[in-house]
Design a binder for this molecule. Sequence first.
Ligand SMILES: O=C(O)CCC(=O)C(=O)O
Length: 317
Amino acid sequence: MGLENFLRGLKLTYVLHNFLNRRKLKEAQAAYRKYGLKKSVYTPVSHQEIKKQAISEEAPWLDQPNATERLLSQAYFQQLPAAWQDAVRQWPERGYLILKGLFSAEEVETINREIDRLVHEQKAEWRYVNKIMFAVRQSKAVRDIVHKPELEALLGFLLGKPVKLFQSINFLKGSQQSAHSDSIHMTTYPLGYMIAAWIALEDIDPGSGPLFYYPGSHRLPYVLNEDFDHGGNYFLIGEQAYARYEAAIKSVLEKQNLPQETFLAQKGDVLLWHANLLHGGSPVLDPQRTRKSMVLHYFAEGVICYHEITQRPALQE
Ligand SMILES: O=C(O)CCC(=O)C(=O)O
């Protein structure tokens, strides 16, 4: 193990990192206070610990038993265009919805041009080999395009709280990421207050490694650190914690036998997914093909936002 990996596994490194980034932990501090969590925002945090201490709150309204009935009676829902109403109606049962053609060809073109520019100027923040992180912070043009008031209003409606963009990720090729729930990466207390929007930045070819997902999987129990052997301890994050998580999800899926769907989107189409929807990237069958796409991850405002897998509070700009 190299020194960098060793330091990444050390919880003390994050304590220091959090301290140095304390300006970005103001929201975390306020949320800890709101939910009665008595601990420092610099120290490791996990669902197991939060739920022992914090004031409990109900799940998002559309995760509750009478969701569809309540949804249909809302004035906001009733004034939506018919195509959006059909899409939104699916949310409680299926945990995802599709908005066809939300972004115009020109908007997609501009995003792609800006991503190319960041790559060419070597300004793109590559992480985990194939992810370009936070292009929204680097390009005003991208930021202006993705901040669509009608999209953010819908996201806020689905969660029952206003949302705030946490991060963007751009892919040029298929991610080939194994099935996972974003709640292991971007976790909230109460659970369920994260939502993602996946944007097709070109027509998606079946050979390019399309996004896949399991409709209805958001209703399965959340799989968090306390639910699998992550291999960590008081001082260390488990070295193979994420691989162990992926194995745990694989075995959930084997037991559940849920049908998988893929998103063969057209340029500008958007898929929204629930915080606990299991999804990932299909194998890339044609390595020559690009699969340009962008994911926006939003947290609801006012809840505790953190990263269960690495036990860190989320740093918010
Ligand atoms: O785009 C993909 O292939 C997967 C993206 C994903 O899993 C995520 O952003 O959480």
